[in-house]
Design a protein around this ligand. Structure first.
Ligand code: IMP
Length: 197
């Protein structure tokens, strides 16, 4: 069965290939299929955006699709950067976006935050299945660490021993992050589905 990954991010493509191939899917990426589609993320939740991206590819290619959407929600910033995490306040660099979050929290006692990932899998019948993972934590006082990407240098997870995610080995994130939790939900579903077939 053919499955297309709705992403051009090489890390994600590798990860989803490793997940789906053992279940008998022939996996390729949007790029490998020459699908040049920039889907407008007009949803108001991560779930809606993941499904919008998956559905757009499915309508074009008529096969199984996997898409995801993630971001950081900061409680005292009314859930910002949220859906706009990758383009927060129109700032160009990840460092500028992190600094905007730190500035927004100046003088704030409440530094609670969470990362969220939603994965949408559209199966061969065209039905969508959503898997959401949440990783709770707080925003640090300043940037720390060089591992990972995005907001990792300012995110101290509830399992992080007071250290930012970017200060911990990447293997740590692979076990307990928002993405790891959503992926676990997806794998549990794929296992139960293959047992029924
Ligand atoms: P995407 O939807 O997975 O591309 O994520 C959108 C944006 O959310 C990224 O560009 C990052 O700014 C932020 N983000 C998502 N996941 C993470 C993470 O694990 N660490 C740090 N930032 C993240």
């Amino acid at each position: 069965m053919k499955l297309i990954i709705a992403s051009n991010n090489q890390g994600k493509i590798r990860e989803y290939k490793d997940i789906f191939e053992p279940f008998g899917f022939q996996v390729s990426s949007q790029g490998e299929e020459n699908i040049d589609l920039e889907v407008e993320e007009t949803g108001s939740t991560f779930e809606q955006n993941a499904e919008l991206k998956a559905r757009a590819i499915c309508d074009r290619a008529h096969c199984c699709v996997i898409a995801d959407d993630s971001g950081l929600e900061v409680e005292a910033l009314n859930g910002e950067p949220g859906l706009y995490s990758a383009r927060y306040k129109g700032l160009k660099t990840e460092h500028e976006r992190r600094m905007a979050v730190l500035k927004g929290l100046e003088g704030q006692k409440n530094r609670n935050a969470r990362f969220v990932t939603c994965i949408c899998f559209i199966d061969e019948s065209g039905d969508s299945h959503l898997f959401t993972g949440v990783w709770n934590g707080v925003i640090s006082a300043e940037e720390e660490g060089t591992n990972g990407f995005g907001y990792d240098p300012i995110f101290i997870s509830e399992d992080g021993d007071g250290k930012t995610t970017a200060s911990l080995p990447l293997s740590f994130k692979e076990t307990c992050s928002h993405r790891a939790k959503a992926v676990r939900g997806l794998i549990t579903y794929l296992r139960s589905r293959s047992m029924k077939q």
